[in-house]
Structure formats: structure tokens, C-alpha cells
Design a protein around this ligand. Structure first.
Ligand code: ATP
Ligand code: MG
Length: 224
């Protein structure tokens, strides 16, 4: 099995004026197809930063990231966007749904970007909403959904195009335990039924322990 994501010696320094923060130092991480990796660490340790680098949403200061064997540094923004849309799904720490669109339209978006016909995209999105238990909320806008429902829409959007890897940044962080469990179970089910790799940032040690592997970020270094 080939690696879906390969991070080689990546580092990230934020330097703005006198501020100079070495957030990540010489990180190596390989995510194999179907593998489930948890990333844990204290607040401010660099977990979100790492996920953004893996998805090509931010650029490392040093080292390189390969997605499906393609070096992100060799791609322009457009090519990166296409690769991301094809290979990756991203669940943000704060849900990031488009407020003026319905749940159905939000979930259909990755398919429309990939140029699927609108009718098929709507059908697929509806089916995915059904899988996350929100068939009857398809016409609701994000403001008309509960926090847990919004997060389930965000998960549906992240997986609707059958990506090879889902990067999820605390997808259960703002949910009560019932909704958190449901969201996590959904990600695991998709991992199993679609063979989607999963990189999950979490503060929850129990969730982390249910993954294949746990990486810990401390003082900018990833271990485990
Ligand atoms: N754009 C930026 N400019 C300067 N510093 C930044 C920037 N983004 C993040 N940082 C700093 O990098 C460090 C890591 O941030 P990051 O968001 O990756 O942490 P985290 O591990 O996800 O924390 P949390 O668990 O609270 O979400 C923090 O100290 C933060 O202040
Ligand atoms: Mg974070």
C-alpha cells in the first residue's frame, strides 16, 4: 500500500515583526492508505498548523509534503486545489460551512467543484446527509442547525467525494458526548467502508486510543 500523505522533515516558523515562533521542528509523518492516526498535544502545540501543512492550506518553512506521491511545493495553487479536492477531505476546528447555502448545497460543493453534474451532486449529497442522520435538515442553512448537526454536515462535506484521506481537526471538540460519539463513529464507519485514511486531532484520550496510532506534538516535535 502506498502512502497517502508523506511529510518529510517539515518545520514551520511564524515570523511577524519581532515575533518568531518555531511551532513545528523537523516533523516526519507517513499516513498509509486506510490508516487511522490520532494527533494529540496541548493547546498551542501546533496540531492545527500541522494539519494545514498536510493539506497544503499552508506552506512549511522547511521540508516537504507529498500527497499521493506528489510534492505540494511543485504545484501551483490551482493544481494544489485540484489535488486536495480529489484526494483529501478537511473537517475544520470551527465548522467553516458557507452560511448562505443550505446543508445540501454545502455538502454538494466538493462535487460541484469537481465538475459533477448538479443533479448527481445533489443526489450524492442527499445520500450523505442521510448517512449522517440529517435527511430532514437538507434545506436548513447553518444558522438553522444545532452545533452537532453543523459538525455532521461538515463531516458529510469532507467525505462526500470519497477522498483518500480525511484530516479532521477536533471534529468532536464542541459537541456533547452523545454527538461527539456519533461524529466519531461516523468517521470510523467511513474509514472502514471506504478505506479512507483518517488523521484526527483530538484532546480526547479515549478517541485517540481507538485509532491505529497516536502521535504527540510537544515542543514542536512529533513522537509516536
Ligand atoms: N498565523 C500565525 N501567526 C503567528 N503565530 C501563529 C499563527 N498561527 C498559529 N500560530 C501560533 O502557533 C502555535 C500553534 O498553533 P496551532 O493553532 O497549531 O495550535 P493547536 O495545537 O491547534 O492548538 P489548539 O488545541 O488550541 O487548537 C500557537 O502558539 C499559535 O499562537
Ligand atoms: Mg487547533
Amino acid at each position: 500500500m502506498s502512502a497517502v500523505i508523506r511529510a518529510e522533515n517539515i518545520s514551520k516558523t511564524f515570523a511577524e515583526g519581532p515575533l518568531h515562533v518555531d511551532v513545528l521542528k523537523d516533523i516526519n509523518l507517513v499516513v498509509e492508505q486506510g490508516e487511522r492516526v490520532a494527533i494529540v498535544g496541548a493547546s498551542g502545540a501546533g496540531k492545527s498548523t500541522l494539519l494545514h501543512l498536510l493539506a497544503g492550506l499552508d506552506t512549511p518553512t522547511g521540508g516537504r509534503v507529498l500527497v499521493a506521491d506528489q510534492d505540494l511545493a511543485g504545484l501551483n495553487e490551482r493544481q494544489k486545489g485540484r489535488l486536495r479536492n480529489e484526494m483529501l477531505g478537511f473537517v475544520y476546528q470551527f465548522h467553516h460551512l458557507l452560511p448562505e447555502f443550505t446543508a445540501l448545497e454545502n455538502v454538494a460543493m466538493p462535487l460541484l467543484i469537481a465538475r459533477m453534474a448538479p443533479r448527481s451532486a445533489a443526489e450524492e449529497a442527499r445520500e450523505m446527509l442521510r448517512r449522517v442522520g440529517l435527511a430532514d435538515r437538507a434545506a436548513h442553512k447553518p444558522a438553522e442547525l444545532s452545533g452537532g448537526e453543523r459538525q455532521r454536515v461538515a463531516i458529510a462535506r469532507a467525505v462526500v467525494h470519497r477522498p483518500r484521506c480525511v484530516l479532521a481537526d477536533e471534529p468532536t471538540g464542541n459537541l456533547d458526548s452523545h454527538n461527539a460519539h456519533a461524529a466519531f463513529a461516523l468517521l470510523l464507519e467511513l474509514n472502514q467502508s471506504l478505506g479512507t485514511s483518517l488523521v484526527l486531532v483530538t484532546h480526547d484520550r479515549m478517541l485517540a486510543a481507538a485509532m491505529d496510532r497516536v502521535g504527540t506534538i510537544e515542543d514542536g516535535v512529533l513522537t509516536g
